[in-house]
Structure formats: structure tokens, C-alpha cells
Design a protein around this ligand. Structure first.
Ligand code: ACM
Length: 653
């Protein structure tokens, strides 16, 4: 045995191995999870090609994984060991002797299979053997993810589950992604999420073959990265006053209120998370959002502002600091920008970017650039002098000057520069990569100008938006239902596909206070985005996708990952009849649901009136309560809709 194989075996033996007898002990017990041979296969994202073949494979008590003893495969093997042993009780070992008997073979192709690229795989399940082949370890990992989804849902459990027949249908799968950049953005600036919560988020995303975590690390509400030599960023910038309610209109904290809410990642924490992600084939794109969204920086180092009095600024807790009534860019009520006319700003950014570049191996650094207000710059003598000396005509050019200087700094550290699509206003060179968020048009245009583009349009991919009616969802300024996010096409019509790197969904967390809510906002829309990024366009079909979503709801229940059931919530439309009566129409984005309702304040169930046509509320009714059922099962939540609210939506009587 080669030394590396010996090490691998030692490693395996340290993984908790569950007693084989647990499985055989159960053999006489009634199977509660008997393998359903007629069950539909429900892999998300949908594979490129899947052919069901005869029979099924039953996981034995002793599972032997064959794999070459190379370091890249270690994580794939340990992933399978963990997932196949803990819920099943099987003993899962790994050997690199490819001649002996095997249950699962992980094979790196000797001769590259060009059709499947770096992340694709083939998966063949026969009654006696599972074979996953790929060109690279990442492909084997994604093959393993698909394999897990073929086992009964209880495979998602974090503990032993008894009385399940651990069978998977025989299949032949060939699969590879449509785009290479398949990301989720996680905003850990608005609310701080612990190291283990970030890992939990990564763990959930890789099940759906995401390969990139865009980590939003700085904003008005918090600075989250330890930067050596800049201690105030984390002593001051990482902390605010906890407020709950409706973000954006919180009362301004008193000067002496304790600033104890927040946190930051030490450089050691970051290295640990980067490694954790890498082990799961996830790259991390760090974002430092400047020159706007920089109040946490200014509160720490007020000398980086153009504005007098910045020493009185504090890290934001969610009080009103912008006036959005005139659209973008917003009018800042306090100056949350770094000063493009201040040389110290570029020195500061050099220090930050140097350390960020060292901490994150990914080839890009995202430097923000969105929503930078200009009203304080317009009043600033320093900006006026800069405009004169640099011949800058307007504030777009002022921001463009800033972005170009920041791009130079990023590139001087050996990294590529990326920014939100506002950076295009500043006439950036094509070497600046663009993340398109204000719809798809900016991304389409940027691709035509030969900028690399990542599509993350708010219209399809903003996970902070409400998933159903504001009457049930935490209030945010916009909505995005699951069916709409499923329409996301990362390579939109008119774009130059050569420059589209891929796409991602963005979870901003102004209104997301904890990891359970982060999960609620991410799933199931994260399924829709993953299928949009991975599966061929012609394989996408809402009618076949939604039944899979329902299967995955059950999987997430078992995995104890939260998701939103909002897709079952009916859609309310309020209008007026010719004689000005309120008319209420209820519809659903999902077929086959029944909606039951009451106007008498009691809780409807399936023995209540079923919605069949537009409703007119009884004269003095104050509340419409509804619930959706699928057959005999309630699937939606009780929704309480005040008649007053419907009257408001229908417009004047
Ligand atoms: C953004 O949503 N402001 C990029």
C-alpha cells in the first residue's frame, strides 16, 4: 500500500462508522421507507441527460468506494462517506485498489471526455455497482450530489434513520453545467452571520451544484473583515445597535446606546471558510463595497470622507440615511461615501485590497460601485478641484475616476476587478468585469462591449425580495415569486454569450436577522436559479420543475434546512365592479391547488367554501382568511387579508 493510501485509510477510520448490525437488525422490521419503484426521479438541477434503466440498486451494509488515492478526491470520498453512512448505518470504506470488489467507483477519466468539461460527470447505476466518472474531481462531486438525490429522502438526515430501504433507481446520467459561474451572494454585512452559519449556507448550496459564494463583507451596517493595521474597522465598524421592525425607518440610536450588535471574521476565520468552501468546490468572491455603502468605514476613519462632521457618523443600524423618492442615485442624508478626491482613500484601499487579495485565492475581487450618492460630492470643494485637475465633466466621471484607480490597485495585486453595473457609467475599460443587477440590459450591453459579465438581475435573482403577498412575508420593497425566478436566463437574448461568465442570485440581508430566515429566503428560489444556471435551456420546464420542488421540500425538512412555502400562497387581485363593489380574485402560481376561505374571522379548512369565482365580501366583513389545500392536505399557510387592505389595493370607491 502506498503511503498516501495508508493515510487515506487512517483518515477514513477516524470518521464515525455506524454499526453494520443496525441495518441487519432492521431487516425483519416493517419498512416504513420502502423503496417506491414508481417514484419520479427528482434531481435539481435537471441533468442534461438521464435514462432510467432496469432495476434498482440497494445500498449494502458494507459500502466500498474505489477511488484513486489523490488529494483532490479526498473530499468527494469523505462527502460520500458521511452522507451514505450517517443516515443509513452502513459502513463506508474507501480503497484505492481498483481490482477488488466495489460498491461505488469514482473514476477520473484517463482520456478527457470533452463533452462534459471540468465540472460534468457520468453516473451509471446498475443493481450491483455505482460508477461516477469525470474529468476533474469537481465533476465527481457533482455526480455524488446527483447520486444522493436518487436515494430516498431520508438520506438527508443528520442521524440514523431506521426502516428505510436504501435503494436508488438504475440510471445512466450524463451531465454538465450550462455556465461556469453559478453563485449565491450572501450579505454578511447588514447582519453578521457566524463562521459556522456561513459553512451551513455553503453546505446547502453545494447540494444544488452552486460553485461560487459571493461574500458581501462591507456595508453601511458593518465591516466584517479583520484588516491588520486598520483596527478601527473591526473595533468600531463591525458594531451597531440592534433594531428590529422595518429596516430603513428605524429610529436613530441614541449617542450613548451600547453598540454591541455585530461581529467580524478574523483572518484565521476567513482562511478556514475559504478552505471549507474549496473542499466543496466553491470559490469565494469577496466584496468590499465602495465608494457608496461605506458608512462603517467612515465611522471608523472619518478622514476618508469629503464631508465635514463625518467624525459624528456612526455605523448604521437601519435608520433612514437615504432619500429614494427621486430614484437612483439616492439622495444621501448623511455622506456614506469614500471621497474620490482624497489620496488617503487610495492608500486605505491599497492596504485593504492587499490583504483581501492574500486571503482569497479567487481570481476576482468585487469592489462594489453601486448606489453611490453624489449630492455631497457636488458640494465638495475637493471634488470640484479634482474635476478641474482631471478634466472630469460630471459625477459619473468622478466615480469613473475612482473606479479606474481602484481597478489599478486590484490589478496590482494580481487580481481581476469586478463591480456592480453602475461602474459602466464611468467609461471603464473592458478589463473591468461587471455584475449586472439593474435588470438584464446593462449586462447585455456590457457583454457587447467585451466586459466579462455575471448576470444577477434583481428582476429574477434577488432573494431578498418577498416571495408572496406582503400580508404574509416580511415587508421588503419588491416581490419575486418562485415561478418568475425560474424564468431567469443567464445568457439573455441579445447578449454576447462569449462574455457571459454565468449568473447568481443575491441574498441581501437588511431584513434577514438570522440563518433560518436566510435559508427561508434562499430556498426554493435557489432551486430555480440553480436549474437556470446548470440545466440546458430546453430541459427547463416549470410543469416538471415544480413537482421536484415539492420533493425537495421534503428533503429540506429532513435536512433541517428552512425554506419558504410561499409558492402555495394565493395571489390576491382586488378590483371594482361597474357599480364600484370590491371584487376579489384569487389565483395560484401552482396548478392543482384548492383555495378555501372565510369572511367570518374563523379559520378556513377544506370543509369551508372553496374559491371558484371572484368574491364580493359581505357588507361588514373585516377579514378574508384563506388557506390552500392539495387534495386533503393543507399546503399553504392561513393568510389573513384585511378587507380594508383589499379596498386600498382596488383603488377609490
Ligand atoms: C445592489 O443591489 N445595490 C447591487
Amino acid at each position: 500500500m502506498r503511503r498516501s493510501s495508508l493515510l487515506l485509510l487512517l483518515f477514513i477510520l477516524t470518521i464515525p462508522a455506524y454499526s453494520q448490525t443496525l441495518v441487519s437488525d432492521n431487516s425483519n422490521a416493517e419498512m416504513v421507507g420502502k423503496f417506491d419503484h414508481t417514484a419520479e426521479i427528482a434531481i435539481i438541477p435537471e441533468p442534461v441527460s438521464l435514462v432510467k434503466t432496469e432495476g434498482h440498486f440497494v445500498l449494502p451494509a458494507n459500502v466500498v468506494i474505489h477511488s484513486a488515492a489523490i488529494p483532490e478526491l479526498k473530499q468527494v470520498v469523505s462527502f460520500l462517506q458521511e452522507r451514505l453512512s450517517i443516515p443509513t448505518g452502513s459502513f463506508v470504506s474507501n480503497i484505492s485498489d481498483i481490482k477488488g470488489p466495489a460498491t461505488i467507483k469514482l473514476i477520473l477519466n484517463d482520456k478527457v471526455n470533452a463533452a462534459i468539461g471540468n465540472e460534468g460527470y457520468t453516473l451509471i447505476i446498475t443493481p450491483s455497482l455505482i460508477t461516477i466518472k469525470a474529468n476533474k474531481a469537481a465533476g465527481l462531486f457533482y455526480g455524488a450530489q446527483s447520486l444522493i438525490q436518487l436515494f430516498p429522502k431520508e438520506i438527508e438526515a443528520k442521524e440514523l434513520v431506521e426502516n428505510v430501504e436504501w435503494a436508488a433507481p438504475c440510471v445512466e446520467v450524463t451531465d454538465y453545467p450550462r455556465v461556469g459561474w453559478r453563485g449565491l451572494m450572501f450579505d454578511c454585512a447588514r447582519h453578521f452571520f457566524t463562521k459556522s452559519e456561513v459553512k451551513q449556507y455553503i453546505n446547502a448550496m453545494v447540494r444544488y451544484k452552486y460553485n461560487l459564494l459571493h461574500w458581501h463583507l462591507t456595508d453601511d451596517e458593518g465591516w466584517r473583515i479583520e484588516i491588520k493595521g486598520m483596527p478601527k474597522l473591526t473595533e468600531v465598524g463591525a458594531w451597531n445597535v440592534k433594531k428590529v421592525g422595518e429596516f430603513g425607518i428605524f429610529s436613530t440610536p441614541d449617542a450613548d446606546e451600547p453598540r454591541t450588535y455585530g461581529g467580524f471574521y478574523t483572518q484565521e476565520d476567513i482562511k478556514e471558510i475559504v478552505q471549507y468552501a474549496k473542499d466543496r468546490f466553491v470559490d469565494i468572491l469577496p466584496e468590499v463595497d465602495v465608494p457608496g455603502h461605506s458608512l462603517a468605514i467612515i465611522a471608523s476613519y472619518p478622514e476618508l470622507s469629503c464631508t465635514e462632521g463625518a467624525e459624528n457618523y456612526r455605523v448604521r443600524s437601519g435608520e433612514r440615511i437615504m432619500d429614494w423618492s427621486k430614484g437612483a442615485p439616492p439622495i444621501a442624508l448623511i455622506d456614506n461615501t469614500l471621497c474620490p478626491a482624497n489620496e488617503r482613500v487610495y492608500g486605505f484601499l491599497d492596504t485593504v485590497i492587499t490583504q483581501v487579495a492574500q486571503l482569497f485565492p479567487f481570481e476576482y475581487i468585487h469592489m462594489g460601485g453601486d448606489e453611490a450618492p453624489i449630492n455631497f460630492w457636488q458640494k465638495s470643494d475637493a471634488i470640484k478641484a479634482l474635476m478641474k485637475s482631471e478634466n472630469l465633466k460630471d459625477m459619473h466621471q468622478v466615480q469613473g475616476y475612482f473606479e479606474k484607480r481602484v481597478q489599478k490597485i486590484v490589478e496590482s495585486k494580481g487580481k481581476k476587478f469586478m463591480g456592480w453595473d453602475e461602474i459602466l457609467n464611468g467609461d471603464m475599460p473592458p478589463s473591468a468585469a461587471v455584475m449586472s443587477w439593474r435588470g438584464v440590459k446593462n449586462g447585455v450591453d456590457a457583454s457587447k462591449k467585451k466586459h466579462e459579465v455575471v448576470m444577477s438581475p434583481s428582476t429574477y435573482a434577488y432573494l431578498d425580495y418577498m416571495q408572496a403577498d406582503p400580508i404574509t412575508e416580511p415587508k421588503v420593497y419588491a416581490s419575486l415569486r418562485l415561478s418568475k425566478s425560474y424564468e431567469f436566463d443567464p445568457i439573455p437574448y441579445g447578449s454576447d454569450a462569449k462574455y457571459i461568465k454565468g449568473g447568481q442570485a443575491n441574498l441581501w440581508t437588511e431584513q434577514v436577522y438570522n440563518i433560518r430566515q436566510a435559508e427561508y429566503m434562499t430556498w426554493p428560489r435557489g432551486f430555480a436559479i440553480s436549474e437556470s444556471l446548470w440545466s440546458p435551456l430546453e430541459k427547463k420546464n416549470w410543469k416538471t420543475f415544480f413537482p421536484k420542488v415539492e420533493q425537495h421540500f421534503k428533503r429540506l425538512d429532513i435536512a433541517e434546512t428552512k425554506y419558504a412555502p410561499s409558492v402555495y400562497d394565493p395571489i390576491f387581485s382586488a378590483s371594482r365592479s361597474a357599480d364600484k363593489q370590491l371584487m376579489i380574485e384569487l389565483s395560484s402560481e401552482v396548478e392543482g391547488l384548492d383555495i378555501y376561505y372565510s369572511f367570518d374571522n374563523s379559520f378556513p379548512d377544506r370543509f369551508y367554501p372553496k374559491y371558484t369565482e371572484k368574491l364580493t365580501p359581505p357588507k361588514d366583513a373585516i377579514m378574508l382568511k384563506v388557506i390552500t389545500y392539495k387534495g386533503k392536505d393543507p399546503v399553504g399557510r392561513i393568510m389573513n387579508m384585511p378587507i380594508e387592505e383589499l379596498n386600498r389595493r382596488a383603488g377609490r370607491r
